[in-house]
Design a protein around this ligand. Structure first.
Ligand SMILES: *Cc1c(COP(=O)(O)O)cnc(C)c1O
Length: 430
C-alpha cells in the first residue's frame, strides 16, 4: 500500500467535503433545504444528542450542504474542523464564545476591519467581554497587554484596509509564550495566499461574504479550528476543558480532544446563539471556492498592475500595498503570503477628503460599495463610510485617514481599471 497522496490546493477547492450524493448520485453537492432529519429510532436519536454518533438533528446545528462547506474550508486552511456561520461578524463571536466569560478580554490588533473594531469596542461589552487594542508590530507591547483575564489574541493576516501584513509567526510566538490561542481573520488573504495555522494560529475566521464566495452574493462566515490548542493546560477555558453546564456536564476536551472546539461550537454555540449559515448560502460559497485559486491569482496580478500605476501618478500621494517594493511590509510578504499581498489596498489622493469624494463619484467601472473581495472592482472612502463611527484619533491607525480611499481590485482587464481611475482622478484633482 502506498501512503495516501496529499492533495493540492486546486484539487481540494473542488473536491474536499464533497462526495456524490449517497441517495441520488448527484455529482454537485445538493442544497439540502430541510430543517430536520428523521431519526432511525429512539436509540439513534439518543446517541446523536449524546454526541456518541455524528449525524444530523436540526439545521440550526448542522446541515449536509453547510457541512460540506465547513469540511472544504477546514481542508483548505489545514484545520481539524470548521463551523459555518451567518456572517463574518457572527464567526468572530462564535470564535470567542467558547473562550470567553464575563470579565474576560481579547487583545486585538489596532489594524482591523472597521466593523470589527466597532464590535470589539462596544458590542461585546454587553456580554461582559472587552478588547484591548495594541500595535502588534510592537511585540513587547503585545505581551504587556496580556493579563490574567486575557483569553485570546486577535489579528488579521492581511489587514483591512491598509495593505498591511501581520507578522503571524512573531505574534504566534507571543501567544505561545503566554499560553493563549491566536485567532487570525484570514478574510482578505484567503487560504490560497496564506494559511495562518501553518504560522501558529489556533483559530482562523473568515467572512465568506468576500473572496471565498467571490461575487458579492452571500453573507456568511466560517471559523476553522487547528485542533492543536491544549484547552486543558491553563485552567482558563472551562467551557472546553471542564464540565460544561450548558451540555449536561460534558468535558469537551476530555471527550473529543482536537475536535473539542468544533463540537462545542455546534452543540452549544450554534444551538444557543443560532448564528447559523443557511444551505443556499453554503451552496453559493461552495461554487465560489471551486475557482478560488484562479480568481486570487488574477486579483493579485491586477492589484499589482493598478498599484504600480497609481504609485507612479503625480495626483497620488502614496499607495499602501504590500505587493509594492516600496512597502515596509514587502519583505514580510515573502514569508507570510509569498503568492501575493491580496487585492485590497489604499491610496492617498492629493486634495484630501474632498478629492476622495469626487474620485468615488467620478468612477464608472468601479462600484462605490461597502464590500470587498468581489469579481468586480470596488472603491470606498473609509473615513466617510465604513470607518466614520471611529474617533478621529483611531482613523489613521486603522489605515483610514481622510485623504485615503480603499480599492478592492476585481478580475476585469487591468487596463480598463487603470483607464477608469485615470479619468476619475482627472475630475477629482482638476
Ligand atoms: C467583511 C469583513 C468582516 C465581517 O464580515 P461580514 O460577513 O460582513 O459580517 C470581518 N473581517 C474582515 C476582514 C472583513 O473584510
Amino acid at each position: 500500500m502506498t501512503a495516501p497522496r496529499k492533495l493540492g490546493f486546486d484539487t481540494l477547492q473542488i473536491h474536499a467535503g464533497a462526495k456524490p450524493d449517497p441517495a441520488t448520485g448527484a455529482r454537485q453537492v445538493p442544497i439540502y433545504q430541510t430543517t430536520a432529519y428523521v431519526f432511525r429510532d429512539a436509540d439513534h436519536a439518543a446517541k446523536l444528542f449524546n454526541l456518541q454518533e455524528v449525524g444530523y438533528i436540526y439545521s440550526r446545528l448542522t446541515n449536509p450542504t453547510v457541512s460540506a462547506l465547513a469540511e472544504r474550508v477546514a481542508a483548505l486552511e489545514g484545520g481539524a474542523g470548521a463551523i459555518c456561520c451567518s456572517s463574518g461578524h457572527a464567526a468572530q463571536i462564535m470564535a470567542l464564545f467558547p473562550l470567553m466569560g464575563p470579565g474576560c478580554n481579547v487583545v486585538a490588533s489596532t489594524r482591523l476591519y472597521g466593523g470589527t473594531i466597532q464590535q470589539f469596542s462596544n458590542t461585546i461589552r454587553k456580554f461582559g467581554w472587552s478588547a484591548k487594542f495594541v500595535d502588534t508590530d510592537d511585540l513587547a507591547a503585545l505581551e504587556a497587554a496580556v493579563d490574567d483575564n486575557t483569553r485570546a489574541i486577535f489579528v488579521e493576516s492581511i489587514a483591512n484596509p491598509g495593505g498591511y501584513i501581520t507578522d503571524l509567526d512573531a505574534v504566534a510566538a507571543v501567544a505561545d509564550k503566554v499560553g493563549l490561542p491566536l485567532i487570525v481573520d484570514n478574510t482578505t488573504a484567503t487560504p490560497y495566499l496564506t494559511r495562518p495555522i501553518e504560522h501558529g494560529a489556533t483559530l482562523v475566521v473568515h467572512s465568506a461574504t468576500k473572496y471565498l464566495t467571490g461575487n458579492g452574493t452571500v453573507t456568511g462566515g466560517i471559523v476553522v479550528d487547528s485542533g492543536k490548542f491544549d484547552w486543558s493546560a491553563s485552567g482558563k477555558f472551562p467551557s472546553l476543558a471542564a464540565p460544561e453546564p450548558a451540555y449536561h456536564g460534558l468535558n469537551f476536551h476530555a471527550a473529543l480532544g482536537g475536535m473539542a472546539f468544533t463540537f462545542h461550537s455546534i452543540a452549544v454555540g450554534l444551538r444557543d446563539l443560532g448564528m447559523t449559515m443557511n444551505p443556499q448560502g453554503a451552496h453559493y460559497t461552495l461554487m465560489g471556492i471551486e475557482t478560488l485559486s484562479l480568481r486570487m491569482e488574477r486579483h493579485v496580478a491586477n492589484a499589482k498592475k493598478v498599484a504600480a500605476w497609481l504609485e507612479a501618478d503625480p495626483r497620488v500621494d502614496f499607495v499602501t500595498y504590500a505587493g509594492l517594493a516600496s512597502s515596509p511590509w514587502h519583505d514580510r510578504m515573502a514569508r507570510i503570503c509569498p503568492k501575493g499581498a491580496g487585492a485590497l489596498f489604499t491610496f492617498a489622493v492629493k486634495g484630501g477628503y474632498d478629492a476622495c469624494v469626487k474620485l468615488v463619484d467620478g468612477l464608472e467601472l468601479f462600484s462605490h460599495v461597502a464590500n470587498l473581495g468581489d469579481t468586480r472592482s470596488l472603491i470606498i472612502h473609509p473615513a466617510s463610510t465604513t470607518h466614520r463611527q471611529l474617533p478621529p484619533e483611531k482613523l489613521a491607525g486603522a489605515g483610514a485617514a481622510p485623504n485615503v480611499v480603499r480599492l478592492s481590485i476585481g478580475i476585469e482587464d487591468a487596463d480598463d481599471l487603470i483607464a477608469d481611475l485615470d479619468q476619475a482622478l482627472a475630475k477629482a484633482t482638476a
